[in-house]
Design a protein around this ligand. Structure first.
Ligand code: MN
Ligand code: MN
Length: 387
C-alpha cells in the first residue's frame, strides 16, 4: 500500500523564503506530480499519518472471538475517535460491560447478533442486529453482544474518545472477581457458595449456546425497552444518490438516541470523487469496507497528505480539515463514516464557490470571472467530473 505526500521540499522553502517566494513554492509544489512517500517520520510542523491498517493488525484472541483496536496509542492522529473491529463466532459473547469515558457507535458488517442494553431509567432493550444495522449506546449504558446463526458476526465499534481503550471498559466478570463473595451474597441475597464457580478474572469475550432470534412480533407486554431504540437500520434507508455514488446517513435526526454521533455509509463509483469539503463541527473517522480509494487531507500552511485505502483500513480527518476521496479502483468503493456530532454538517468547495459572485472569484484566483460560468451551480457531493 502506498502512502503519498505532496510535502517534498515545501517546508524548507517556506521556512527560508518570505512572502511571494514562499507562495510560488506552494504553487509549484501543488502542481508537481504527487510523489511516493518513503518515510513515515513527520517533523513537528508536518501532518501525521491519517491512515491506519486496522485489518492487518494482529488480533487479540479469546475463546468466543477476537478483536483489533485503533485508539490514539496505535493511531496517534485520531485524537478524538477510536475504533475496535470485533469478530464473534456463533455463540461468542462480548460480555456484560460498560464504558466509563465514551459513547459507543457500531456498524454490523456481517452476520447477526443479539444485544442487551440497560439504561439508567431501568429499561433493558433486547434487540437483534444484522448486517447494515447500527447501534448507539450512550456513555455508561450497560451492554452485551452475542452472535447467533451459523456465521461469524463482524462489527466495527467507534468511540467518541481517542483515548478510549480496554482500560475504560468496565467488565462484569472483572468487577465480580474483585468483589468479596460475602458482599456478592449480600448484594444478590443468595449463598456465597453460588459465586465459587464464577470467573476469577475478566472474560472479555466468552462463548455460550447461541440464542434463538427474537420473534419479529414480540408478545404484547413482553419487553422492557425504553422510549428510544438503540438500533437503527442504516442499510434499509433509501440512499441519497449523486452522479458519482450514494450515501446513507444516520444523524440525530434519523436516529434520535444518537445525540453526539453521526454515522454514514458511502459508495463511490469507479472514477467518482467525494468532492473537496470540510466539516465545521466534527472529526471524521472512516472504516473502508471495499474498493480502492485515495484521500488527500489539507491541513493549512501548505500542508497536505495523500493516502491510499483498501478494505480493513481506517482513515481520520481532524475537525475542519479540507479533504476529498477518489475511487482509484475498478469496483465500487464502500466506506463507513463516523462523525463525533449528532448533527451532520459539511461545506463543499463546489457549493461554496457557487454562492460567491464571479467577480470576487475572478479577483480571488487572478482569472477572468467568466471562468466560473461553467462551474457547478450547487454542491456536487460525489461527482464523476462530467458536467
Ligand atoms: Mn462496548
Ligand atoms: Mn468528509
Amino acid at each position: 500500500m502506498t502512502e503519498i505526500s505532496r510535502r517534498s521540499a515545501l517546508g524548507a522553502a517556506a521556512a527560508t523564503a518570505g512572502g511571494l517566494l514562499a507562495a510560488t513554492a506552494i504553487r509549484d509544489d501543488t502542481q508537481a506530480a504527487v510523489g511516493t512517500e518513503t518515510s513515515s517520520e513527520a517533523h513537528d510542523d508536518e501532518l501525521p499519518s491519517f491512515r491506519f491498517a486496522l485489518g492487518e493488525q494482529k488480533p487479540i484472541v479469546y475463546s468466543g472471538g477476537h478483536f483489533r483496536e485503533a485508539s490514539v496509542l496505535e493511531f496517534p492522529a485520531a485524537e478524538n475517535i477510536a475504533g475496535v473491529l470485533v469478530n464473534l463466532a456463533p455463540g461468542g459473547i462480548r460480555e456484560l460491560h460498560w464504558h466509563a469515558n465514551a459513547t459507543e457507535w457500531a456498524y454490523v458488517i456481517s452476520g447477526r447478533c443479539q444485544v442487551t442494553v440497560a439504561d439508567p431509567a431501568g429499561h433493558c432493550e433486547i434487540v437483534d442486529f444484522a448486517a447494515g444495522d447500527v447501534w448507539y449506546f450512550p456513555r455508561g449504558h450497560g451492554h452485551a453482544i452475542q452472535a447467533f446463526g451459523s456465521d461469524e458476526c463482524q462489527f466495527i465499534e467507534v468511540f467518541e474518545n481517542g483515548h478510549f481503550s480496554g482500560f475504560a471498559t468496565f467488565s462484569s466478570t472483572d468487577w465480580f472477581a474483585h468483589t468479596p463473595p460475602e458482599v456478592l451474597a449480600k448484594n444478590f441475597g443468595v449463598p456465597a457458595s453460588v459465586f465459587a464457580e464464577f470467573p476469577k478474572r475478566e472474560v472479555f469475550i466468552g462463548k455460550g449456546p447461541a440464542p434463538e432470534p427474537l420473534p419479529s412480533d414480540p408478545p404484547f407486554g413482553s419487553q422492557n425497552s425504553g422510549p428510544l431504540t438503540h438500533r437503527y437500520r442504516l442499510e434499509a434507508q433509501q440512499p441519497q444518490t449523486f452522479a458519482g455514488g450514494s450515501v446513507r446517513l444516520a444523524s440525530m435526526k434519523e436516529f434520535p438516541l444518537s445525540t453526539n454521533m453521526t454515522g454514514a455509509t458511502m459508495r463511490i463509483k469507479p472514477g467518482g470523487l467525494r468532492e473537496m469539503h470540510w466539516h465545521p463541527n466534527a472529526d471524521e473517522w472512516q472504516y473502508y469496507l471495499a474498493g480502492r480509494v485515495r484521500m488527500t487531507v489539507f491541513g493549512a500552511k501548505g500542508r497536505s497528505r495523500t493516502f491510499d485505502f483498501g478494505p480493513g483500513d481506517v482513515g481520520y480527518v481532524p475537525l475542519g480539515y479540507g479533504h476529498y476521496i477518489e475511487n482509484v479502483g475498478e469496483q465500487d468503493a464502500e466506506v463507513v463514516l463516523v462523525f463525533n456530532s449528532g448533527t451532520y454538517q459539511d461545506i463543499s468547495a463546489s457549493g461554496w464557490l457557487a454562492g460567491n459572485p464571479p467577480e470576487l472569484l475572478g479577483a480571488n484566483f487572478s482569472v477572468s470571472p467568466s471562468v466560473f460560468a461553467q462551474f457547478p451551480k450547487q454542491s456536487v457531493f460525489i461527482t464523476t467530473g462530467k458536467g
